[in-house]
Design a binder for this molecule. Structure first.
Ligand SMILES: *C1O[C@H](CO)[C@@H](O)[C@H](O)[C@H]1NC(C)=O
Ligand SMILES: *[C@@H]1O[C@H](CO)[C@@H](O)[C@H](O)[C@H]1NC(C)=O
Ligand SMILES: *[C@@H]1O[C@H](CO)[C@@H](O)[C@H](O)[C@H]1NC(C)=O
Ligand SMILES: *[C@@H]1O[C@H](CO)[C@@H](O)[C@H](O)[C@H]1NC(C)=O
Length: 469
């Protein structure tokens, strides 16, 4: 009996070993094209950029490299900044550029620009000037309190003047549009071009911090004023975003109300908290997943332990879903770098502020961001090892990047085939429990149309096939 079960165990271990090492092929179809990517990014609003800036010069540079460097970090291509609405800078408040009510919507506004904007000016200048980031998304969580029905930039309330929001002080839509244009003018003056402008954040939610309610129709009522105001100020290239809803489904529900201003809209934006980006929002515009995070923590650094909410493999898969099922053109995590014990950020500043610790979530996202550059077109990809998910992109420079996320335990040789491509070099990069975007051995076939590398279980491997220049 004892011998029998030992034999059985040995046999099943052998069978597992046999199935666990299998060769497989990923077939890439360059003629099947999907969305064009705008990039990957993070946010350092609510004074998080101040935390980065307070680090020692060495850690500051290390942090900036982690976020924006394409060879040593994630090479993020989108920075989302917060446009302040608060009357003060207490706690983590973002102070408004017009903190005082000038007396009414038609009174001359009293702008106060400190040139710092909670260190977001510093961060934006580094991103743009040092690392060549081209996409800066400025996003307001609320209008200043005096422009709203509740006379407070926090606790919900609605912009005075949109449907169903009448205020004794009048219609503040034009004043709010002027205010947003003034904010991006301050940035233009220091050499930072804001490319995307949002005026709402999670508008279905009332919170104790900056928040403003809006439905789709009310958002349209404001966009009708904002778009021409931007155009008159020569900001014709700046794209108006809407609406950073808390979940993908809620954003879909706002699309009907926005239909009358579709030609004034630039980019549709939504978060992943109350519903996942696992279907395509019905719109002709680009769609960005602008905020996702495991908000509860506790701080996790593993790529794979038990598929916990903060683990790298989990996030590699979430990004895959947003891009391949949600048709997202961009993917942003909530915070890039800050202190504290939750997974609301990708990289943690230690409590003694003497170290900066990237999680595997960070490296998983780096895997996407480094190789899927702005302008890359998603192309057909199928096959791959059992248990894996695959995707492929053709970059503007001709490089083909193929992601193999092996969520299962099977290990083996994976061959990526790209008929029609003649690559002269190939690279492969692995992220797993033991690697952070490390280069692995890869074999390029003589015809330049396929490359092979080992893909271990519970890993993400990115293949890059580089055609002749
Ligand atoms: C993804 O990140 C990991 C680090 O965790 C790294 O080893 C791997 O090479 C990266 N993959 C790509 C495609 O960059
Ligand atoms: C990015 O990192 C590499 C490697 O550490 C370094 O050589 C390069 O100067 C960095 N790039 C920038 C723009 O700082
Ligand atoms: C916008 O550009 C036009 C043409 O270059 C110029 O005449 C006008 O003064 C500009 N307006 C503003 C507000 O900068
Ligand atoms: C794929 O993996 C699943 C479990 O992960 C297993 O049940 C199935 O037999 C495997 N298929 C092949 C073809 O290996």
């Amino acid at each position: 009996m004892a011998i029998h079960s030992t034999l059985l165990l040995a046999f099943s271990a052998l069978a597992e070993a046999l199935t666990a090492r299998q060769a497989s092929t990923v077939n890439v179809d360059l003629s099947r094209t999907y969305q064009t990517m705008d990039g990957f990014g993070i946010c350092e609003s609510f004074q998080r950029a101040n935390q980065m800036r307070a680090l020692s010069p060495e850690l500051q540079r290390y942090s900036l490299d982690l976020l924006f460097n394409r060879t040593s970090g994630a090479g993020f291509s989108i920075l989302r900044n917060g446009i302040g609405s608060s009357p003060d800078s207490r706690s983590d408040h973002m102070v408004s550029i017009a903190p005082k009510n000038p007396g009414g919507p038609n009174a001359e506004p009293i702008y106060v620009w400190d040139g710092n904007d909670n260190s977001q000016v510093w961060l934006s200048l580094e991103a743009v000037k040092t690392y060549g980031v081209k996409t800066i998304y400025a996003n307001a969580w609320s209008a200043p309190g005096y422009m709203k029905t509740n006379n407070n930039d926090a606790n919900g309330g609605t912009l005075c003047g949109v449907s169903g929001a009448r205020c004794g002080s009048g219609d503040w839509r034009q004043a709010y549009a002027n205010y947003l244009v003034q904010y991006i003018t301050f940035y233009q003056n220091i050499g930072v071009d804001i490319t995307h402008l949002g005026f709402l954040n999670e508008p279905e939610l009332t919170t104790s911090y900056a928040s403003m309610r809006s439905n789709g129709q009310q958002a349209a009522d404001f966009i009708k004023v904002l778009r021409p105001t931007l155009d008159r100020a020569n900001f014709t290239q700046v794209k108006v975003t809407c609406c950073d809803a808390e979940g993908w489904r809620h954003q879909q529900s706002m699309m009907g109300g926005l239909s009358s201003v579709s030609n004034m809209l630039g980019t549709i934006t939504a978060h992943s908290y109350t519903s996942q980006p696992n279907f395509a929002i019905n719109t002709p515009h680009h769609v960005w997943q602008t905020e996702a995070a495991d908000l509860r923590g506790p701080w996790a650094t593993a790529f794979y332990a038990y598929n916990g909410a903060g683990e790298g493999l989990n996030w590699a898969n979430q990004i895959h879903t947003a891009i391949t099922s949600g048709n997202a053109n961009a993917y942003l995590y909530w915070v890039g770098i800050q202190g504290g014990a939750t997974n609301s950020k990708l990289v943690r500043i230690s409590d003694d502020k003497r170290s900066v610790i990237p999680s595997k979530r960070f490296w998983a996202m780096a895997n996407w961001s480094r190789h899927v550059r702005p302008g890359a077109v998603r192309v057909g990809a199928s096959g791959g090892p059992n248990g894996s998910r695959v995707s492929a992109f053709k970059n503007v420079d001709g490089r083909v990047a193929v992601q193999v996320i092996q969520g299962g335990t099977q290990s083996g040789t994976v061959t990526v085939r790209v008929p029609g491509l003649v690559a002269t070099t190939a690279e492969a990069w692995i992220t797993d429990n033991n690697h952070d975007c490390d280069e692995v051995a890869v074999t390029l076939a003589a015809d330049g149309a396929s490359a092979s590398a080992q893909v271990p279980g519970r890993s993400m491997v990115t293949f890059v096939l580089v055609p002749a220049a």
